[in-house]
Design a protein around this ligand. Sequence first.
Ligand code: GLA
Length: 388
Amino acid sequence: MKSDCKALAAATTELFKAKFHIHPTTVAYAPGRVNLIGEHVDYSGGFVLPIAICRGTAAAGVLTRDGLLTAVSSAFAGETIEVPMAQIRPGGATGWSSYVAGVVAQYRDTLPPGAGVRMLLNSTVPLGSGLSSSAALEVSTAMLVRGLCGDVGAADSGVAVACRRAEHEYAGVPCGIMDQYISCMGRKGHALLIDCHSERHELVSIPPGVSFVVADCGVRHALGSSEYPMRRAACERALAKIVNALGPRPSLRRCRVEDIEASGLDGMDAACARHAVEESARTRAFAAAARNEDLERCGALMAASHASLRDLYRVSCPELDALVEFAARQAGVFGARMTGGGFGGCIVAMCKDEAASDITARLMAEGGSPKAFSTGPCAGAWAVRADI
Ligand code: GLA
């Protein structure tokens, strides 16, 4: 049987042919992600520990001579965008097309003069549930455009940086590097311990016999999009105040909890800074525990991470809290927490392999999750020449 990503790429090739009546010359794939621990610390230079999941986005395409970006998304009922390449600019598109146009703009100068791109996108990442459907969209687009210029193979971290720039400038979301980085650099059987200050990573092998169950809590509070930049701003204010009071520090993760008190920080900014400092330490501790196959310790760190996101950083919601509590009570679960930006979306539970399918079923039947699935860590993005 073909792997999930190869099957999706093949199906996307067929959809492209049916839509445009020509063969695509390149097909690309980029996975979504689930973050095991290290939440809301990527934009303050902390440590994160995501895995790429077995759901992703595929893009099939050709270069044209019409000077247009033509993109069709099967995820949005076959909606099409068509824009002259030369006219792609920040603010010129909205919704999913702003992500695609923004990424194509990053690679515009590498295309032959006067060229256009015709592409079709197809995804198995549930939209808007905190599993990085937008990073999968961005990275698959980037890999396709690079592939169309002859650069096929695996992704590198430069692709992640270009996609984050596109998200900042074209979609207006001040995200960190985590989602794009793991979508590019994911490795089968491993989580990535990403140092978001240096933007480098170490591989952390996931012990044998462990699975991850991802469950949607069924809500997505609109609040998330306005609160995210507020949390980021709180972290920036906190670092500025600590630096002002105590001297230079490159990022919040180089600060200690005592620095927060000594600098006179209080209220929301102090709470956010404390979360950032402690969450980075928890992430390193989780990586060490995973390497020692100490799964109980990993689970306890996930529980502490969730409590901090709920009480200090305040990005959880009652639906996520209830699902985390339900998951943590199930036999075979080491630990559970919210994952991603919060205010709804998904939880992740780390569990014994043999319990994963039962836990998945119970989260849906009794836990109230409309959608749950289990995944191991998968490989990152790639592009290949399509079979023609
Ligand atoms: C979103 C952002 C990431 C990260 C997470 C929270 O997924 O895109 O950069 O900040 O939220 O950890």
